[in-house]
Every structure is written in structure tokens, then in C-alpha cells.
Design a binder for this molecule. Structure first.
Ligand code: AMP
Length: 399
């Protein structure tokens, strides 16, 4: 079965065509600047080069049409016709409390997703546009929606409620939802598999450290806590996002800088994190490492502060689960950045684990970092959200 996985943003659309039997990526790509001047599609067939084509994309339907054109192109395509796409899996950011698992998409489900729009006003409407465009072009192809929030719906009340008047939860559904659920699920499952154990017997802390970053506590197969909240702004210090803050800072800065609270939130989302802490050096950890290596003090501080926050969350979740068996690192930084992993590892001795400097040199691979006799296994498990979406789609479509 060929599954087209779509991850649609407000002005971008990422895609992968995955053969579900071999789990091979047949082709992948990105449409960028949709609805903006200078739009382009970057397409890469399996084993081939990336091909960038400037093309007019006034809307997402035009983008989906171009994706199909590329996939079926006699030169750079990987299938002969649209008929060879058996299902489409869509990444959807926010499913609110309505969706605790993935779903087959139909009119009723789409209405329910739309009702979650105010919880993720930047992301959900874009996801819906992508879905509607695909339904327009492929009306007979079954489609599934896989939510970033669904895996965390198992969190107990004590983990998802904020210390606010209860009516805000009752009236507006203000609570912790958590994100990156597809990744936390995939990585915790895979970590157990690598160790030859059942996830239902393990307490696992997953550190998804990418440009966006979150930690989750996965106890006996279920998410019981996670660091992102109502929105993906809470928790860890990220590439450009602040993570946890004293909420009073928002109005304090607004008054000092004579800007609105919305503007401060925008700064917290786009100009903070390691970018802000490094005084503008970069949100990219490769640049930060280079700058720190050359003696840039702000870059050094950004890296220290970042690692310290991750370590604090690991401690918190070990407490939340009354122990931990596995700590798994994943995503861009977690998979590739040995320096950040080593800095975090330096805080983990009390748990009876370590990060071996030799094993830590490996990048982007499944590897156990801790010593064989460590009480807690520390490991790297590369995430694969697209494959997870494809698997979910096949499961639902075949059900
Ligand atoms: P993601 O959002 O998962 O794609 O992760 C993006 C982040 O991963 C960026 O901040 C990069 O700095 C970091 N990253 C990706 N590759 C490497 C690498 N080879 N070494 C260090 N950091 C990396």
C-alpha cells in the first residue's frame, strides 16, 4: 500500500510517499511559500537528488496538484498515476479533548477538528486546508488524521490541570494538552523494542529535542505527563521559544517596552529560546556550538541553560513515575548533538545512569549510551513521525 503523508503548515506543505509493506520512502518533498511570491516545490525521489522547481502556488490545492504532478512525473516521479496512492495520512496539530487517537477523516470528523481551531489558531486551520485540498483532488482515496496531542490524552487530571480557576478549564478547556505525541509514542515503543521488552513494563522518559522540544513521561505505555501545555510554548527552552516563564513577565515586559501582551508572546515564540539567550547568535545548535567553541559567552550560557532545563524535567518525570527505566533522546538535537547530550548526562548520575563519551560520538543512530550495568538505560532513538503517521493510516484504513 502506498501512503501519502501530508504535513501542512500555513504557507508550506511537506510530503512523503511511503510504501507501507517495505516502509520505504519512495519520494519526499516540500512546497514552500504557498500563497506568497516565489513559491517553489522541492522534490526528492528515493535515492535521487533534490529538485527545486519554482512554480506558482496561489493556494494549498495548487500545491497538492503539484505534488501529484511530481510524484507521477515520467522523469522524477515514482508512481504512474494517482491510482497508486492508496491512502493519505494527515498530521493534525490539535485534537483537543475530542481525539485520543487517530481517526478516519469524514465530514463529521472534520467539523470536530474545526471546533479545535481556537486551541491552535496558527496550525489547525492550515491542516484543514491541506485535508480539504487532498479530498478535492483525491475524493475516493481514504484519509486519516493523526494528532500531535492524541498520545497525551491519557494524562491524569493532576498532570493536565493548571493552578487556575477551574471554570477556565470547564468553560474554555484551558489545560495541558502536550504535542509531539506521534514522536513520543513512536520513540517509546521503539526504545522498548530495542531493549527486547514490553513497553507496558517500562517507565520511559522521552526527550524530543528538535527546533521545538518537549519531554514526556511514558509509564507502562501511556503518557502521564509532558512539558508542552495548552500550546507548544511551555516547557523546555527551545530554538526560538522561551518555554516555562513566570506569567507575570508578560505584562512586565509589555509595560517596559510599551508593547502589547500579544507582541510579548510573539517574542516568546519567535525570538526567545537559545536564539534569544545567545543574544541572537542562532536558534541552530550547530551555530551555537561553533560560537561557543570560539569563546562566545552568551552561546555557552544558552547551551548550559538549555541542558539544565532538560535535566530538571527528567528529574521531575522520574519523580512523577516514581522511577525511570529508560531515558530516550530523539529529534534533530537529541539524535545528533553529542555535546548537548553530554551536558544533560552530567546531571543524571543520581539516577544510576551515564552517557559513555565513546558511544555518544555516534550521530543519528539507534544507540545505547549508558554502561551495560547502568540502573537506567540512556539511549538515542531516531524519531520518524512520517512513518508513524503512515502506519496509523494503514491500521485505520484496513480496519
Ligand atoms: P528538528 O526540529 O528535529 O529538525 O531539529 C532541528 C535542530 O536539530 C536544529 O537546531 C539543529 O541545530 C539540530 N541539528 C540537526 N542536525 C544536527 C547536527 N548534525 N549536529 C547538531 N545539531 C543538529
Amino acid at each position: 500500500m502506498n501512503v501519502l503523508v501530508i504535513n501542512c503548515g500555513s504557507s508550506s506543505l511537506k510530503y512523503q510517499l511511503i510504501n507501507s509493506e517495505s516502509e520505504e520512502v519512495l519520494a519526499k518533498g516540500l512546497c514552500e511559500r504557498i500563497g506568497i511570491d516565489g513559491s517553489a516545490i522541492i522534490h526528492q525521489p528515493e535515492g535521487g537528488e533534490k529538485i527545486r522547481t519554482e512554480a506558482d502556488m496561489p493556494n494549498h490545492t495548487a500545491a497538492v496538484k503539484l505534488v501529484i504532478e511530481k510524484l507521477t512525473d515520467p522523469q522524477v516521479g515514482v508512481i504512474k498515476s494517482l491510482d497508486e496512492i492508496d491512502a493519505v495520512g494527515h498530521r493534525i496539530v490539535h485534537g483537543g479533548e475530542k481525539f485520543a487517537s487517530s481517526v478516519v477523516l469524514d465530514d463529521e470528523v472534520l467539523k470536530a477538528i474545526e471546533e479545535c481551531n481556537d486551541l491552535a489558531p496558527l496550525h489547525n486551520p492550515a491542516n484543514l486546508i491541506g485535508i480539504n485540498s487532498c479530498r478535492e483532488i483525491m475524493p475516493d482515496v481514504p484519509m486519516a488524521g493523526v494528532f500531535d496531542t492524541a498520545f497525551h490524552q491519557t494524562m491524569p487530571k493532576k498532570a493536565y490541570l493548571y493552578g487556575l480557576p477551574l471554570s477556565y478549564y470547564q468553560d474554555y478547556k484551558v489545560r495541558r494538552y502536550g504535542f509531539h505525541g506521534t514522536s513520543h509514542d513512536f520513540v517509546s515503543k521503539r526504545a522498548a523494542e530495542i531493549l527486547g521488552k514490553d513497553r507496558k513494563d517500562l517507565k520511559i522518559i522521552v526527550c524530543h529535542l528538535g527546533n521545538g522540544a518537549s519531554v514526556s513521561a511514558v509509564k507502562y505505555g501511556e503518557s502521564v505527563d509532558t512539558s508542552m501545555g495548552l500550546t507548544p510554548l511551555e516547557g523546555l527552552i527551545m530554538g526560538t521559544r522561551s518555554g516555562d516563564l513566570d506569567p507575570a513577565i508578560i505584562t512586565f515586559i509589555a509595560q517596559k517596552e510599551n508593547i502589547s501582551a500579544e507582541q510579548v508572546i510573539d517574542i516568546c515564540n519567535k525570538k526567545s529560546g537559545v536564539l534569544g539567550l545567545s543574544d541572537g547568535v542562532s536558534s541552530d545548535f550547530r551555530d551555537l556550538a561553533e560560537a561557543a567553541g570560539k569563546g562566545n559567552e552568551a552561546a555557552k550560557t544558552a547551551l548550559e541553560t538549555y541542558a539544565y532545563r532538560v535535566a530538571k524535567y527528567i528529574g521531575a518525570y522520574a519523580a512523577a513515575m516514581n522511577g525511570v527505566d529508560v531515558i530516550a533522546f530523539t529529534a534533530g538535537v537529541g539524535e545528533n548533538n553529542a555535546e548537548v547530550r553530554a551536558k544533560i548526562g552530567a546531571y543524571l548520575g543520581y539516577l544510576g545512569t551515564n552517557i559513555d563519551p565513546e558511544k555518544n560520538k555516534l550521530r543519528g543512530e539507534e544507540v545505547i549510551l549508558s554502561d551495560a550495568d547502568a540502573k537506567v538505560v540512556t539511549m538515542v532513538v531516531p524519531t520518524n513521525e512520517e512513518l508513524a503517521i503512515a502506519r496509523e493510516t494503514v491500521r485505520l484504513v484496513n480496519a
